[in-house]
Design a protein around this ligand. Structure first.
Ligand SMILES: C[S@@+](CC[C@H](N)C(=O)[O-])C[C@H]1O[C@@H](n2cnc3c(N)ncnc32)[C@H](O)[C@@H]1O
Length: 307
């Protein structure tokens, strides 16, 4: 029996309560809808492959929710963190997990093909591993190529007619070097900005004092990085978040890479879930400039007939 959309809206409302302020909740909802759409055809297999599955929050929740789809138990998660894979195996004993680096074709050989391949908050980490000690920053062009290579290998694991689902951070499409003035709303916000500018590793953060201790001027690129990381400052997670640039491609670059890979974009959405937290930290002084868009969600199809 196919449950109604109302059933699923209620199901996810109950099961994703802890993720209310996380953008990746939207990815789960979109993938669940896709699974339901594919599963309408009883001959269609629906197996998921998640590259960079972490502790299985995404793939585990989806496989559990759609356990009535016969082929879904053949879903597979990959991560290079041994600890995360051990947790996945313990939490989801019916599924298969591989400890490995999904950017290394040798380690992914023999994995086979899947109807849905997921990359949720994983590729920005691939980009960030392109940090160059010599440059003191991420080597941007090489790191973008590294991301494109990772996407190319992800597509190799996609069956004909299958879907690649990508959820991640988004670079602004406009001039990222344009200058912006921001006003901190309180001293803690200013102090957190100091922590960010000293400890964030992927790019050197340069800003100009304005004479008003509550106002600084910086590039939109650096502002985007600061504001999207501001929710982690003063938290334990900052120690890992400080090493990663959440932004790498802008929307045009995502579209171009997907076209080069022969994927047809079915749905592309941008979203921001942390506006309120950002507003409570800073105010934008420069007229005509606004907060950046936080995330991108893309569902793209590999042409061909499903097997
Ligand atoms: C931010 S976490 C996201 C986890 C999961 N997708 C989620 O959204 O809950 C990113 C995960 O990708 C993994 N990862 C990053 N680069 C990887 C690579 N090249 N090969 C395997 N795993 C990778 C990290 O170990 C981490 O668990």
């Amino acid at each position: 029996m196919q449950e109604s959309d109302e059933f699923w809206d209620f199901y996810w409302e109950v099961h994703l309560q802890d993720m209310e302020d996380l953008g990746k909740r939207e990815a789960i909802l979109a993938i669940s809808k896709l699974i339901r759409r594919l599963a309408v055809n009883p001959d269609q297999r629906v197996r998921l492959l998640e590259l960079g599955c972490g502790e299985g929050q995404i793939i585990g929740a989806l496989v559990e929710a759609h356990a009535q789809v016969p082929s879904i138990n053949a879903s597979h998660g990959v991560d290079y963190s041994r600890k995360s894979i051990e947790i996945c195996r313990r939490l989801y004993p019916g599924m298969t997990f591989t400890e490995g680096d999904f950017t290394h074709p040798d380690q992914m050989a023999g994995l086979g093909q899947f109807e849905i391949v997921l990359l949720v908050n994983a590729l920005h980490e691939v980009f960030s591993t392109g940090y160059s000690r010599d440059l003191g920053e991420v080597a941007v062009e090489q790191s973008k190529q590294r991301v494109e290579q990772a996407l190319t290998s992800a597509v190799e694991h996609l069956a004909s007619g299958g879907y690649l689902v990508l959820f991640d951070g988004l670079e602004n499409c406009g001039d990222i070097h344009e200058r912006i003035c921001i006003r901190f709303r309180h001293w803690q916000a200013r102090r957190r900005f100091e922590t960010f500018s000293h400890e964030y590793r992927p790019f050197r953060i340069a800003y100009r004092e304005t004479g008003d201790p509550f106002v600084v001027e910086l590039s939109y690129r650096d502002f985007t990085r600061y504001i999207t990381k501001s929710i982690f400052l003063d938290k334990h997670l900052w120690q890992t978040e400080r090493l990663e640039s959440y932004q790498y491609f802008n929307e045009d670059e995502f579209r171009q890479v997907f076209a080069r890979l022969g994927l047809v974009i079915d749905e592309l959405r941008t979203l921001t879930v942390n506006y309120e937290k950002w507003y409570s930290e800073v105010e934008i002084e420069t007229a005509s400039m606004d907060f950046p868009v936080e995330h991108i969600l893309i569902l793209a199809r590999k042409p061909g007939q499903p097997e």
